[in-house]
Design a protein around this ligand. Sequence first.
Ligand SMILES: [Zn+2]
Length: 381
Amino acid sequence: MLFKDIVGQSEVKNKLIRSVRDNRIAHAQLFTGPEGTGKLMLAIAYAQYISCQNRGENDSCGVCSSCHKFEKLIHPDLHFVFPVNETKKKDEDEKSASRQSDAFIRQWREAILFNPYISESQWYETIGLENKLGIINTAESSEVIKKLSLKSFEADYKTMIIWLPERMHINASNRLLKLIEEPPPKTLFLLITENMGALLSTILSRTQIVKILPLKREEIATALVERYRLSPGKAQDISRVANGNFQTALTLTTITEENPYFEMFRQLMRHCYSKNVLGLLDWVDEASSLSREKQKEMMLYSIKTIRECFMLNIGLGDIAYLSGEEADFGKKFSPFVNNSNIKAIYAHYNSAIEHLGRNGNPQVVFTDFSLNMALLINRKT
Ligand SMILES: [Zn+2]
């Protein structure tokens, strides 16, 4: 992965590149920031740059044998740990094996190469965890210690990337403390977190913090036009809703093309408008039966549609962003999204998405959310 393939983040890229050029590579670094900001890509590009046999001023060469292996994520000195859990396997042997990263390394490489902005819930969906959370267990920490005690195979450095250390069992964290504090020479720990507050303070105190900020609206819009061939108008529209998260932007790009969630959105808003509580509860059941990733997609799609209706309401809307049935519905529905309720609607959507992301019970989250929506939609201007 090259630095130039990563959207935005020029400040962090420069800092990382400088640390290599000045030979000041901190042996344990914690990349912290929200989802969809390219943290994992930055870590991989950094490790690749360190290993590159012919690195340039600002990026890896991309063609040396080390770069070739990094591009496929198969370099023998690049190690990954990430949360996993038991999938639907039959016997006990397979069960215990399936609770460590190595059992999923092939799926991991494919998933990251396909979409390096992958979110935690997308990863769980890829490996079939459905609505279970992944963990990094204690046996995994022994594996890490074992791998890092070996000499590096080809590169100068061995790199251990731990994705989402907040999912690490406390015993696993404790076992790694000593290694993170005093790793063998030429060993690099890159921890990538979306919830720094959930990490042990002893881990935090042993790592150098690298803060990764949400992407700028313009960076997202430009990338959507240049890399995904979106029209500038559509790219701007998506970048406004994406909230600095490139994964959200990508999700919205595919949803606007296929749009499977329009009917769910329309049903919800109709039940809200008519204060049909039984209808709302049916909707809650339907929404809860979706996979966690689909729940999030549906909610993101709805926020985008709500925003378009609001723009129509205040006379700034461009109906061109809505198509066919959506446009008809948008015109009729737009009076119900106005200055008096738009902020609260956004807040309830975002809080529901956050709770779903933290594994909140979908029935509880959606019930609370839909009842609040019914109150808000009926609020008089
Ligand atoms: Zn190279």
